[in-house]
Write a protein that binds this ligand. Structure first.
Ligand SMILES: [Zn+2]
Length: 312
């Protein structure tokens, strides 16, 4: 699939009080690994535009949008915390708007026929940010903002967000629970932060699909559960655009996750997601970077995943 890579240098300006897992070197690791991947070296790194207040406001409440727009501390060295692990510094607003903006811009470029798949290498991540609450390292829900853009700006009828991060994407589920045009389908470790994502959370007429797996789950079981319990339900929903919350913290080397995936599992997932996008969504696929906290594993996994999109 003709693949676009979007990123933003603003992601390096979103600092967090150390020690913190979700830090600027993560973005460097992803971009460096992509630069070392010969088949990706020739693709442009598109610097993303900032999402507008209206665009983030389709996903988030006015109260949430105001809290992030006004959340930067006055002091350059200070941090403003929303919870024990979600912070803003001077520079965080621009990073967050460009993270959401990358996903929105990718939707526009794909709808204009400039590409089929996109990988948005940005930070902070997004899938824990609910409609009314920044949470879990996330300020704006990048995939959710882009999903609403596809519906409201481009007039599509149904879109799906598939979440392969090791953590449950409670923020994206929060969107689907009040938006029947969005399907949210997640495979994640359970029990684990944030504690949601049980199989009996099914949304509005089944537009939420949760596939929890236990700590210690290996690639074979993870793939089998995706194949049996997740992908067919997304296909049956017939989305016209597919978003992927692409977290790589299910890697066996990751310090926050307890499942045992490796690069080959992410290659397999990218290939199956391409198949699905081709089948139901006119080859429209936007993948947003979520977690991944062992920088070596993160870089290798994200680069292998994106390379597979470009060959898929
Ligand atoms: Zn995660």
């Amino acid at each position: 699939m003709k693949t676009l890579i979007l990123t933003s240098d603003a992601g390096f300006d979103h600092r967090v009080p150390p020690p913190h897992f979700e830090n600027p070197p993560r973005l460097r690791a992803v971009l460096d690994a992509m630069a070392d991947t010969p088949s990706l070296a020739g693709l442009d790194r598109i610097q993303a535009r900032a999402a507008t207040r209206e665009e983030v406001g389709r996903m988030h409440t006015p109260r949430h949008v105001d809290a992030v727009f006004n959340g930067e501390p006055a002091d350059h060295e200070a941090f403003h915390g929303f919870d024990f692990d979600t912070f803003m510094c001077r520079g965080s607003l621009n990073a967050a708007l460009r993270g959401a903006g990358a996903a929105v811009q990718a939707v526009d470029m794909i709808m204009d026929g400039e590409g089929e798949a996109a990988f948005c290498a940005t930070r902070p991540p997004g899938h824990h940010a609910e409609r009314d609450r920044p949470m879990g390292f996330c300020l704006f829900n990048n995939a959710g903002v882009a999903a609403m853009h596809a519906l409201e700006h481009h007039g599509l009828s149904r879109v799906a967000i598939i979440d392969i991060d090791v953590h449950h994407g409670n923020g994206s589920q929060d969107l689907a629970e009040s938006e029947p045009r969005v399907m949210f389908a997640s495979i994640h470790e359970s029990p684990l932060y944030p504690g949601t994502g049980m199989e009996d959370e099914t949304g509005l007429n089944g537009n939420v699909v949760n596939v929890p797996v236990a700590a210690g789950c290996g690639g074979e079981v993870w793939r089998a559960r995706m194949e049996a319990d997740l992908l067919p339900k997304v296909e049956a929903f017939a989305p016209e655009f597919i978003f992927v919350s692409a977290g790589f913290d299910g890697h066996r080397a990751d310090p926050l996750g307890g499942i045992l995936l490796d690069e080959s599992d992410y290659i397999w997932a990218a290939s199956r997601l391409c198949d699905l996008a081709r089948k139901t969504a006119s080859s429209r696929l936007v993948c947003c970077l979520e977690g991944g906290y062992d920088n070596g594993a993160l870089g290798r996994s994200a680069a292998a995943f994106t390379e597979t999109l470009s060959r898929g």
